[in-house]
Each structure stands twice: as C-alpha cells, then as structure tokens.
Design a protein around this ligand. Structure first.
Ligand code: NDP
Length: 236
C-alpha cells in the first residue's frame, strides 16, 4: 500500500489524463484535474485552467490546495497537436504547440515545485511522446515540444533532486484516444504494422505506469524516460 497523496493531473477531462485521474482515484489518492471544459472522473475535483495562462494555473493550484491540501504529485498531461509538413507549418502552428506542450509543462512544474520544496517531497511526471525522440514527419512542432520535456525533467532533477523531488518523463506510443482516432484509417493501419506489439495501447496502460511512478516504490527513479510504446521507440 503506497502513501496516499494529493495529485493534480492537467487535461484530466478526457483521454489519457482522464484515465490517469481514474487510476489514482482507484488507488485511494486525493485527485484533482484541470480542465478547460468537461469534468474529471467521478470522485475527482475539477478545476478550470488553461496551461497557456500562468494566472489561471496559479488560481487552480490555490483552489486544489484549499480543498485537498498541497499538491504532492503533479502530472503535466495536457497537450495538443497541430500537424503539417515543415514547409507549410506557420510560426503560429509551431509556437502554439510549444506554448501548450512545453511552456505549459514549465508553468505547471514551476507552480507545483513551490510546495514540493517546502514539503521536501514531490513527484513530477511529464507526459511526452515516443515521437519526441523518434521524430515524426509532419510533427516538427509536436516532436520538438515533447523532446523539450526531457531537458526540463532532467534539469529539474538536478536542481531539486536533493529535496525529495523526482521528475520523470513518460513517453507513450500510440494510445487509443481522440488524438489517434483523428488519424486516417490507412495511417492507423500503417502505424500498427511498425509497432512491435502490433497494436495501439489503452489509456489505462499508460495510467498504470504513471501511478506506479508516483508511488513509494519509485522514489529512486528520476530524470528517466519511461516508454509505454509497445517497442516502437526502442533504442532511444
Ligand atoms: P486528447 O486530445 O484526448 O486530450 C488532450 C487534453 O489536453 C484535453 O484534456 C485537453 O483539454 C487538454 N488541453 C489541451 N490544450 C490545453 C490547454 N491549453 N490548457 C489546458 N488543457 C489543455 O489527448 P490525449 O489524451 O491523447 O493526450 C494526452 C497527452 O498524451 C498529451 O500530452 C499527448 O501529447 C500525449 N500523448 C498522446 C498519445 C496518443 O496516442 N494519444 C501518444 C503520446 C503522447 P480540452 O478537452 O479542454 O481540449
């Protein structure tokens, strides 16, 4: 039985974030999710926040702290894609994805670290992607944002590792969510052929790795990239 923690998951109203929140709840933790719309799973506290807006995140953290206590585990999960080939990619396509996926995670981690430093305990988990290290045609913006999370987690590990705080990256491969459902069928079939496991994963398979990483047994893992990709990104 692992220690019960206060957990905040960004983008917990659907997809992988929803599954992560549900898994933490099932393990008995106090769980809050940020959402721009909709709600987290039953039993979680939903707070409104946009990760591109530091003030809205600050207000969300304050609300969670008042209701559930200081955030001890934070999962920066909110993310977006705006795929197109390099020559067609506008400055706005690039910066909007960086602002949500990478700068958004920075804002979340910075705000979370305040209380973690006081408590001398914290678990920071950043949801990256296999393509952050593997690369992906048509995803220059997304892959750059996701590989940036590695430098973020590793630098946080070096800065805060001595205060009981770990920072890790989880790199999912293809997961059955709205994001992958939006891919053309032929592309989905082609991707499945290239994955050693021969299938996409469920969001629960990612969520279970994340709850384990936040638990007492994973206290000596920091600055790591944990792939959940059916072998797609091996060697990276
Ligand atoms: P979804 O598109 O299903 O959900 C994305 C979530 O992020 C939603 O909750 C969305 O909120 C939230 N979000 C997006 N932009 C913002 C923002 N500016 N502020 C706050 N919340 C925001 O994605 P998935 O569940 O598939 O993905 C979750 C994470 O996993 C992402 O970081 C993604 O990059 C990563 N990932 C996904 C993979 C996959 O195969 N699905 C593979 C590898 C990584 P709202 O509902 O309001 O839009």
């Amino acid at each position: 039985m692992t220690t019960q923690r206060t957990v905040l998951v960004t983008g917990g109203n659907r997809g992988i974030g929803y599954a992560i929140a549900r898994e933490f709840l099932a393990a008995g933790h106090r769980v809050a999710v940020t959402a721009r719309s909709g709600e987290g799973p039953e039993g979680s506290l939903t707070v409104r926040a946009d990760v591109t807006d530091a003030a809205s995140l600050d207000a969300a953290f304050t609300e969670v702290e008042a209701a559930l206590g200081p955030v001890e585990v934070v999962v920066a999960n909110a993310g977006m894609t705006r795929d197109t080939l390099l020559l067609r990619m506008t400055e706005e396509d690039f910066t909007s994805v960086i602002d949500t996926n990478l700068s958004g995670a920075f804002r979340v981690v910075k705000r979370a670290s305040k209380n973690m430093l006081k408590a001398r305990f914290g678990r920071i988990i950043l949801v990256s992607s296999v393509v952050g290290l593997y690369g992906s045609a048509g995803q220059v913006n997304y892959a750059a944002s996701k590989s940036g999370l590695v430098g973020l987690a590793r630098s946080v590990t070096r800065e805060l590792g001595g205060r009981g705080i770990t920072a890790n990256v989880v790199a999912p491969g293809f997961i059955e969510t709205d994001m992958t459902a939006a891919l053309p069928e032929q592309q989905q079939a082609d991707y499945k052929k290239s994955i050693p496991a021969g299938r996409f994963a469920t969001a629960d398979e990612v969520a279970k790795v994340i709850t384990w990483l936040a638990g007492d047994d994973a206290g000596y893992i920091s600055g790591a990239i944990i792939p959940v990709d059916g072998g797609l990104g091996m060697g990276h």
